[in-house]
Ligand binder design. Structure first.
Ligand code: AMP
Length: 511
């Protein structure tokens, strides 16, 4: 079977040539006809130097060039390797070498750090604001290179919180399936609707560019190249039918910001990538109305495992409304999801174990890593490494990454459950619960807390826990911290918190 997702742009340009395709803030840069023409030329410029199947790395903060470069690479039959722009040069070096990228594109802010890296195989680092980039547009446009459905389109490097990052190989089939699942379960997109790329385009927002191009929406890249709540509120006054992909921490920052009273330009916030706590979800519903959709996905099945749609967020009369809101919804139309035992057999409702997925969004494997691929893709199922339970109606509730589960005195404690309870205290703004090695208990529960104003009283926190969860789950210590360490997709780095605990002399936090 042959498909090339580059076709989506060409189709949008045929059907809606005059529709706006790309904007930088409020400034329109290109219509669909113009964008497709630029992409055809850029693809030809790339094809003059590279052969189909070659990898092209993108180390760029969010910028308009992201859209044209991704499509130009696919158009020329190349695979993109979008890399988290906040990584350390050593990590960048590793990914560039591992992916075997032949060209690397960088934004002007990152170019100086990248240009001196001597990575075997990378022929040139190109500044997307510089003259070499402009020279790539001088060739005549080329036709789309044919690709097989199983050819790599996107190498997605995992955040590598445990060990080295792995390159998830996503094919044209995977990308197409993710797009169709979005359109069937997350939201409809009308031509002229917009997506604001406030979250990293190397990750979730980049994936959501795809259904928006497929449906001739406007890709709006904020001028800051990142997430700034004031800028988002301003952009909501200028654009309409706006979707944003946001990590739960971004949603919280939007809610906490005084912002603008008028948010009618906003259509949908798709949140995911980390736990959304019930209190934060309700606050967001109060602020924005029923415009929230939750997705649960991972690089290995991008943006597509389960979905909690707008209607479910609005169904306040349902007897299990709160449980549903605290869940990640049910399986996307195009995938099968199960909670399974060690032999991959489905477990009855309510049992907590690893979550497995199969379907067309599931990666082809890890790039050049057959060992890790075989371990993760067994018996035709993707083993997500996430732990959860399914209820009678097929709603999945995530507990935690299996490695974050705390085992204290032989009992499993799911940090999320403890975090949900602590967040009910008015003086707790953010919380993250981790295990600390302990001679007596194996592990003990420690809660890192970011206070809202005055630090909360630990006796009150204890009382709150005792009122709501089993005694053995109550934290043994509360550690006040100014802010939680997070990666650039908003995930709390629990590994960093565990390291802080292992360094008792550390003065960065107080008890
Ligand atoms: P990544 O591959 O970087 O996108 O990270 C994927 C991981 O983020 C998943 O395996 C989950 O552990 C977590 N995650 C994704 N979506 C959600 C969600 N809606 N709620 C809680 N955790 C999530």
């Amino acid at each position: 079977m042959s498909i090339n997702i580059a076709q989506l742009l060409l189709r949008a340009a045929h059907v809606h040539p005059q529709r706006p395709a790309l904007a930088h803030g409020t400034r329109l840069l290109a219509s669909y006809a113009e964008l497709a023409a630029r992409v055809g030329r850029l693809a030809a410029g790339l094809a003059a130097r590279l052969k189909p199947g070659d990898r092209v790395a993108l180390v760029m903060k969010n910028c308009p060039q992201y859209v044209e470069l991704m499509f130009a690479c696919w158009h020329a039959g190349l695979a993109v390797v979008p890399i988290n722009a906040k990584l350390h040069p050593k990590e960048l070096e590793f990914i560039l070498a591992d992916s075997g990228a032949r060209l690397c594109f960088a934004t002007a802010d990152l170019y100086p750090a990248l240009a001196p890296l001597a990575v075997a195989g990378v022929e040139e680092v190109i500044d997307v604001d510089g003259p070499q980039y402009a020279r790539l547009f001088t060739a005549e446009p080329m036709p789309i290179a044919p690709r097989l459905a199983d050819d790599a389109a996107w190498l997605f490097y995992t955040s590598g919180t445990t060990g080295r990052p792995k390159g998830v190989t996503l094919t044209h089939r995977n990308a197409m399936a993710a797009i169709l699942n979005y359109l069937s379960d997350v939201d409809t997109i009308a031509p002229g609707d917009a997506i604001i790329h406030a979250a990293p385009m190397s990750h979730g927002s980049g994936f959501y560019m795809l259904p928006h191009v497929a449906r001739a929406g406007v890709n709006v890249v904020p001028e800051s190249g990142g997430f700034d709540p004031a800028e988002i509120y301003a952009l909501l006054q200028a654009h309409h039918g706006v979707t944003m992909f946001a990590a739960p921490t971004m949603v919280k920052r939007l809610v906490d910001h005084p912002g603008a009273a008028d948010t009618s330009g906003l259509k949908t916030i798709v949140y995911g990538g980390g736990p959304m706590y019930l209190a934060d979800c309700k606050a967001a519903l109060r602020r924005f109305g029923c415009k929230l959709v939750q997705i649960y996905g991972q690089g290995e099945s991008p943006m597509t495992i389960t979905c909690l749609d707008k209607a479910l967020h609005a169904d306040t009369a349902h007897p299990r409304y709160e449980q549903r809101l605290a869940s990640v919804g049910h399986a996307f139309t195009g995938v099968e999801v199960r909670v399974a035992d060690a032999d991959d057999r489905p477990l009855p409702a309510g049992e907590i174990r690893e979550i497995l997925v199969r379907g067309d969004t599931v990666m082809a494997g890890y790039w050049n890593n057959p060992g890790a691929s075989a371990e993760t893709l067994r018996n035709g199922w993707l083993h997500t490494g996430d732990v959860g339970s399914m209820d009678e109606d097929g709603f999945l509730t995530l507990k935690d990454r299996s490695k974050d589960v705390i085992i204290s005195g032989g009992s499993n404690i799911y940090p999320r459950e403890v975090e949900e309870v602590l967040l009910r205290h008015p003086a707790v703004s953010e919380v993250s619960v981790v295990g600390q090695a302990d001679a007596e208990w194996g592990e003990i529960v420690i809660a890192f807390i970011v206070a809202r104003g005055q630090a909360p009283d630990s006796a009150e926190l204890d009382a709150l826990c005792l009122d709501n969860i089993a005694r053995f789950k109550r934290p043994k210590r509360y550690v006040m911290i100014d802010s939680l360490p997070k990666n650039n997709t908003g995930k709390v780095l629990k590994t960093r918190l565990r390291e802080l605990l292992a360094a008792p002399g550390d003065k960065r936090f107080t008890r």
